[in-house]
Design a protein around this ligand. Structure first.
Ligand SMILES: [Zn+2]
Length: 404
């Protein structure tokens, strides 16, 4: 229902053309279906071990807060994405790092278990080529990523462990400064990267993993772009020119990102102010721990969350605001430097882009704005695959013996 209403709204600018052709409404949807699409930031792993819940089943977005599952990925033609190993931040102490390291390892294993359990429908991808091959076999693509490098502790050695476990995209920091970098939403401690953060960039390049600068401070972003031997991504970010918030990237930095070959994956968050009152925050915390709740308790959290969405939405943004932001980013950076990371299951989702099944609306609106199939292919996956390939090529070049 939602999706049909969405398509109708996105089609509004095309009404005149469509009126002449009775079969036309199917065409724009087909345009989305034929694309290879990836989302660079999926927080769905938070749901993978919920008692009585399965990622393989269809869940009703009107009754449950989960924004993604395998059947709805098919509805929205989302061919795959990066499942994040997110670790909330604790104290920057040996004990804090040890506890976070264990939590991150658990989360990594939970993603692997999901991929193994549904291996008939989704495959683990460790390279751009593997992703393309899975897509060619009509299988969904499951990459792994890290949000917040805090669990690595006081050394960068653990990066290679995660690399061996399939992680290919790593975010340096989250909402608070950590041992590697300043956060965009904290007071400067390192003025960008710490000395350990500079080691982190070197190790990321050596291992062929892509740097994710979402959540990093402006100075940390500048230093990562300057130091990294390969282009970087922002897996779920927006435009500061459109909505002034430190989580969003300003136009000057967006141009710098594009000039360095990187890409900004446009998100549904920070298109407007967040309404995070005490009750919502408590619910958010509970939702992060859904795996510890009984099905009945999960239902209570979901029902309260969805009721709040009606009375005091987390974001008051509209689909029109989302498109205005996206079109601005494409205009400034160019279609070669834009990608998608909605932040589903991590606080993203707005009216009109409420869950993964609404994604065709974006393609319809971009088609209506005049973007070509080639532009759409780059934005939906081509740019991310190019950046993954560049990171991998750099690692191979560094591993090769020096010419005599
Ligand atoms: Zn995030």
């Amino acid at each position: 229902m939602n999706r049909l209403a969405g398509i109708a709204a996105a089609l509004a600018p095309l009404t005149l053309t469509l009126a002449a052709c009775s079969s036309a409404p199917a065409l724009p949807d087909a345009a989305h279906t034929k694309l290879f699409t990836l989302d660079t930031h999926l927080d769905s792993a938070v749901h993978f071990t919920r008692p009585g819940w399965s990622f393989g089943d269809r869940h009703d977005p009107a009754a449950e807060m989960a924004q993604l599952d395998l059947p709805r990925m098919a509805d929205g033609n989302l061919d795959g994405g990066f499942f994040a190993i997110f670790t909330p931040q604790g104290p920057l102490t040996p004990e804090g790092y040890a506890a976070a390291g264990k939590a991150a390892q658990r989360r990594s294993a939970e993603i692997d278990l999901m991929l193994a359990r549904f291996s008939d429908r989704i495959g683990a991808a460790r390279s751009a080529d593997e992703a393309v091959a899975l897509n060619a076999r009509a299988k969904l693509v499951g990459f792994k990523s890290i949000e917040n490098s805090y669990p690595l502790g006081e050394s960068v050695a653990a990066l290679s462990t995660y690399q061996k476990e399939g992680v290919r995209l790593v975010g340096v920091v989250h909402t608070q400064n950590n041992q590697f970098a300043d956060s965009s939403t904290d007071q400067p401690r390192w003025n960008g990267l710490s000395p350990l953060g500079r080691d982190w960039v070197r190790e990321m390049n050596r291992l062929g993993m892509v740097i994710d600068a979402s959540h990093a401070s402006d100075a940390a972003f500048d230093q990562m772009v300057a130091q990294s031997a390969t282009p970087i991504l922002l897996s779920h970010s927006g435009s500061r020119a459109v909505f002034d918030h430190p989580r969003n990237l300003d136009d000057e930095r967006l141009r710098k990102l594009a000039a360095s070959g990187g890409a900004l994956c446009f998100s549904t968050i920070y298109l407007s102010n967040i309404d995070m009152g005490p009750e919502r925050e408590a619910l958010f915390d509970k939702s992060e721990r859904m795996a510890n709740l009984s099905p009945a308790e999960q239902d209570i959290v979901s029902a309260r969350w969805l009721a709040m969405n009606r009375t005091a939405p987390l974001w008051s943004s509209t689909f029109e605001q989302y498109m205005a932001g996206l079109l601005h980013v494409i205009k400034v950076a160019g279609p070669e430097h834009v990608c998608f990371g909605a932040d589903f299951d991590g606080g993203g989702g707005i009216t009109g882009l409420a869950d993964v099944s609404d994604l065709p609306r974006i393609t319809l609106a971009l088609k209506a704005a005049g973007y070509s199939d080639g532009d759409l292919e780059k934005m939906w996956s081509g740019n991310v695959l190019r950046i993954l390939r560049a990171a991998q090529a750099q690692a191979q070049a560094q591993a090769a013996p020096a010419p005599r």
